[in-house]
Design a protein around this ligand. Structure first.
Ligand code: HEM
Length: 446
């Protein structure tokens, strides 16, 4: 942390813009940012063309970025590049428009409302497991992606998505892949007809067709059918205005994409970490057997699944599904002791901060017990921030934690996962942190 306000930027890695784009940062962003934090400390400068980005590694500075100075900042370039896809959805919109949408959407994420989705989450995990056989080897990441996609589809639309499920699933896959590509390379606006952009446009149109059809159906039904979309249709602002179809389209696509892969990643990394840590795995099974005794979990069981919750916290510490965050400066502001002007960037990454030995003993080890006795309250607020923070904190935070806990408890009651040691498991830092080649494991009935 710095004390006096500085006009000049702190040091950072040297090198040409070309090397920056095509070199280590692109090949191995996690290693790149880790090295910069080690070499340059809590604040450094990343340069790309004429853009300067302040790279922050101290929790107090990250709090400055995400909470104290949030009003002077907006979302970073990668998010903006994805505007065509997300439109003016919660993830990408700004200012008064964002605030109004956030207020309208918030009731759909209230605890009681979210709790009602618990049985859907368990049901979809059980449904997926019906096709699983003891002794077979599967890509468990693919399985987690399928389950969370269906959960989001059902809880968002409550529509009989069965006939659309495949098309929605395939389209989302295309779009997620494209979103990930956008974040890795030079940003070519979607209106430029590159082959990739043309694929993106077709994908977006397909998804829009389905979404607009469902919106029309729901408007005609004109009743709250328990899902997020019907609730968003019903909510009104203080002035009585409601969301337009375009706004609903943007929010729906945003929630679909923001809510599906992140939670799947959390689940996949957790199953992988458990399979690699037999002691924690045993303790986890003991908790499941003690609390559930073989029956399906429900929302009411969650407060008693304390070790499960510590496992998830620890898994998201080591493998944060959203691994980095960025902002653009929109008005002159001081952050982390440096004077910034419009156009400057600010970035931080959960990957680096969550592995900092100043806050976590043995930071690279998977130790769920470290979260006992309110450990989270004893470390700086932004030493651990898998869901971001400040006004733009993840709206799906409790939805995701509940979903991950229930799906984890459901699948682990029935199966143990034995990793295929010949299959390489490596994190790929695209928009989210996913296993690059999936995770292959042999199922063993418990
Ligand atoms: C483990 C799962 C999840 C993780 C790690 C995660 C992480 C995050 C993070 C870090 C942000 C802040 C981004 C920023 O400030 O730049 C965010 C925002 C957001 N997330 Fe999540 N998320 C998860 C699940 C979900 C789910 C399940 C949903 C919806 C059903 C969701 C919807 C959103 C939305 C709409 C925003 C934008 C909020 C705003 O700016 O007002 N997320 N998420």
């Amino acid at each position: 942390m710095t004390e006096a306000v500085k006009n000049s930027f702190p040091p950072g890695p040297q090198g040409s813009t070309f090397a920056f784009i095509f070199g280590e940062r692109r090949r191995d962003p996690l290693g790149f940012f880790t090295k910069i934090a080690q070499e340059y400390g809590d604040v450094s400068t990343l340069k790309l063309f004429n853009f300067r980005t302040l790279f922050l590694n101290h929790p107090a500075d990250i709090e400055d970025m995400l909470v104290n100075k949030a009003r002077s900042l907006e979302k970073g370039r990668v998010m903006k590049a994805n505007m065509r896809l997300f439109g003016e959805g919660l993830l990408t919109s700004e200012g008064d428009f964002w605030l109004r949408q956030r207020r309208l959407a918030q009731p759909a994420f209230h605890r009681a409302r979210v709790a009602a989705y618990g049985s859907t989450m368990v049901e979809y995990a059980e449904r997926a497991m019906r096709t699983w056989r003891s002794g077979e080897t599967r890509d468990i990441h693919e399985d987690m992606m399928q389950i969370t996609l269906q959960v989001v589809g059902k809880t968002l639309f409550n529509a009989d998505l069965a006939r659309d499920a495949r098309e929605v699933g395939e389209t989302l896959e295309i779009l997620l892949q494209l979103a990930a590509d956008f974040s890795k390379s030079i940003l070519i606006p979607l209106w430029v007809p590159t082959p990739r952009n043309l694929r993106a446009r077709i994908g977006i149109r397909r998804l829009e067709r389905i979404i607009y059809r469902i919106i029309t159906q729901k408007r005609a039904e004109a009743r709250d059918t328990g899902d997020l979309l019907s609730m968003l249709l019903a909510v009104q602002d203080e002035d009585g205005s409601r969301m337009t179809d375009k706004q609903l389209r943007d929010e729906t696509i945003t929630l679909f994409l923001a809510g599906h892969e992140t939670t799947a990643n959390a689940l996949s990394w957790t199953l992988w970490l458990l399979a690699k840590n037999p002691r924690a795995e045993r303790k986890f099974y003991e908790e499941l057997d003690g609390v559930l005794g073989g029956r399906a979990p429900s929302v009411e069981d969650i407060p008693r699944l304390t070790y499960t919750s510590q496992i998830l916290s620890e898994s998201m510490r080591l493998y944060p599904p959203a691994w980095g965050m960025a902002r653009l400066v929109k008005e002159p502001v001081e952050v982390a002791g440096y004077k910034l002007i419009p156009g400057n960037g600010i970035a931080c990454t959960q990957w680096v901060v969550h592995r900092d030995p100043r806050w976590f003993d043995d930071p690279l080890k998977f130790i769920p017990e470290r979260w006992e006795n309110d450990f989270a309250k004893k470390i700086p607020r932004f030493a651990y921030f898998p869901f971001g923070g400040g006004p733009r904190q993840c709206i799906g935070n409790s939805f995701a934690l509940m979903e991950a806990t229930l799906i984890l408890a459901t699948v682990a009651q029935k199966f143990r996962f034995r990793l295929d040691e010949n299959h390489p498991v490596k994190p790929l830092a695209s928009i989210t942190l996913r296993p690059a080649h999936g995770i292959r494991a042999t199922l063993e009935a418990r």
